[in-house]
Design a protein around this ligand. Sequence first.
Ligand code: CTP
Length: 359
Amino acid sequence: MQINNEKLYYVGGFVRDEILGLQSVDIDYCYEGNAIEFAKNMQIIRTNPDFGTVRVVLDGQEVDIASTRIEIYPKSGHLPVVKTLGCTLFEDLKRRDFTINALAKNTVTGEIIDYFNGLEDIKNKKLRVLHDLSFIDDPSRIVRGLKFSVRFGFELDNSTKKLQDLYLSNINYDISYHRLKKELKETFSLNNDKAFDKFINQGIYRLLGENQLIPRVEHNIGELNVQFGSKYPYMVYLGLFDLSRFELTYEEKEIIVNFERIKSSMPEDNISTYNLFNKVPLESILLYAISVNYEVAINYLTNLAKVEIATKGDDLLKLGIKQGPIYKEIFDYLLACKLENSSLTKDDEISMLKRRFGL
Ligand code: CTP
């Protein structure tokens, strides 16, 4: 299929990552003009005429091609709307977040289009917004800046840092929390505690809502997430804050609800530790570990959670014990013994229960 067209550009993260020598997950194309019109002879998967985007199959792969567009923010912090479709490439790049993301590369000539000194900023490892209203338009860009800073080891340029400080000193809480959440999730899924330190030290956490308390965390959350295989690593960073402004999924809510339920309990022995954490989501237990009692939670995750009794229902039948509520009593008893002494063998278990239940 023929896409050889000098008005077709690679844009955004793809160009940035290529210059940084990194593999990009998706390729973003931008057509200077109307992309849907341009793609009319291609294999189209779907179009979104309001945004001028089209998804096509290119070399056997699905990719998005966007029309160049000017966006405006009818309400600061809310989703932008398209003002003009098919504008110049310059105007399209101008609406973007950081100079390093405002680069384009011509798909035919390979020429890099760099209107805002993005190449220089990549070289100097700087994150610089394109205009003074950037964070007011879209405060989720503050979190994007945090994400890129830890992902690439870049720093905010001084003037951008000042704009960030200014915004954080006077936050507009009437914004799109959906967008903010997407960026927070991506940032804290990196499992990088430097991001968490910056989140706190630079006051970025204040974006989450008014009256947030700063949690005191003395453990490396990223390491714990990796060691225990969290499925929702970002929740172990964010679960200590008030997330009431965000729309949470069922699983995310379960993590918070369970943590709230267990956080004021202080189990004093193995059996009560086991009962406290049994069937609780891993991320709630890690929240407990980093903010309530590290040793108790880690003892559960590394030792107690793995304890299993060797005696099964069949063994009880063989001993002539009829099925009934007594089974639960026996298993609870054996589990309590095993939690205190995990080296008990099956024979030990059977002799203990014989003794205990007078068999
Ligand atoms: N963009 C923006 N403001 C945002 C989000 C995105 O200006 N709040 C622009 C940037 O130019 C960005 C492009 O849209 O490069 C594509 O957005 P996205 O896919 O979210 O970002 P990437 O830069 O590709 O980042 P990632 O590598 O994390 O996907």
